[in-house]
Design a binder for this molecule. Structure first.
Ligand SMILES: [Zn+2]
Length: 263
């Protein structure tokens, strides 16, 4: 590991404005190089995550597949800087399972971030997801998913004990308490620090004390969130340097088994 390596487990990379989720369009209309530069300036040395589109998607799996191909294309350009994540959809179980096999063949091991509200599915009910998650587990995938969820994810997570799940977004105090409960009952679940949560001083220290640093992954949700603010926040919480290193780098590297290929 290089000194000061930071893996951002939760990014939605983009090469042009139609994929740039920044909430203030036109403010940072960057190309791929510009995007990478902005992340590196914040201290981030590697990113993970799925490509999303600003506009609503057309019905059918084809539009999700197009996002997944864009992720592969970006990886070709970004090389070791980027671990792509891909989308699946419970209404298209067969296509989703084929996509898992295809992505596995491309060396991709990250499914998600899955974002239900953007892709028109409601929850993680077993009926829709069992086949997809069974296949994902078989192929050794990691599943990153947006929270909150109305459905009790615990059932799905416990039903796939050989697969690592990563919940996104700690949220505010009540939501953090719910995440802690879930993390305690599901040993194969981690939490990424992206989105709402890290700006509440003490949240990270509290999480470390409650569930241990090994369950937490650094993440931002760039380009929606300011990456520099998140890196700084992790440095300013009073946790041990070993714990900080695990959160910023070690855990993600271990989970993705990519510690050799990322810097
Ligand atoms: Zn996200």
């Amino acid at each position: 590991m290089k000194e000061n390596a930071v893996i951002d487990f939760h990014v939605h990379p983009f090469a042009d404005p139609s994929y740039n989720l920044n909430l203030y369009p036109g403010t940072y209309d960057l190309d791929l190089r510009g995007m990478k530069g902005q992340l590196e300036a914040a201290g981030i040395t590697h990113i993970c995550g799925s490509v999303l589109k600003r506009e609503p998607l057309r019905e059918g799996f084809e539009s999700l597949r197009a996002l997944n191909r864009e992720a592969l294309r970006l990886q070709e350009e970004l090389g070791d800087f980027y671990t792509p994540g891909f989308h699946v959809h419970p209404a298209y179980a067969r296509e989703s399972c084929e996509e898992i096999a295809y992505m596995h063949g491309k060396g991709v091991r990250l499914m998600g971030e899955l974002v239900h509200y953007m892709h028109g599915w409601g929850d993680f009910s077993e009926r829709d997801w069992a086949e997809i998650l069974d296949t994902a587990q078989q192929y050794g995938m990691v599943c990153s998913y947006h929270t909150p969820f109305d459905y009790d994810m615990g059932k799905m997570i416990k039903g796939h004990p050989r697969m690592t799940f990563v919940a996104a977004h700690p949220g505010d105090r009540q939501r953090v308490a719910e995440h802690i409960e879930m993390l305690k009952s599901c040993p194969n679940l981690c939490l990424d620090l992206s989105g709402t949560g890290l700006h509440r001083f003490g949240m990270l220290k509290h999480l470390v004390e409650q569930v241990g640093a090994e369950r937490l992954l650094f993440g931002t949700d760039y380009p929606i969130c300011n990456p520099g603010m998140y890196v700084r926040a992790v440095y300013r919480e009073e946790i041990g340097s070993r714990e900080r290193e695990m959160i910023l780098y070690g855990n993600a590297a271990r989970i993705l088994e990519c510690s050799k290929s990322v810097s």
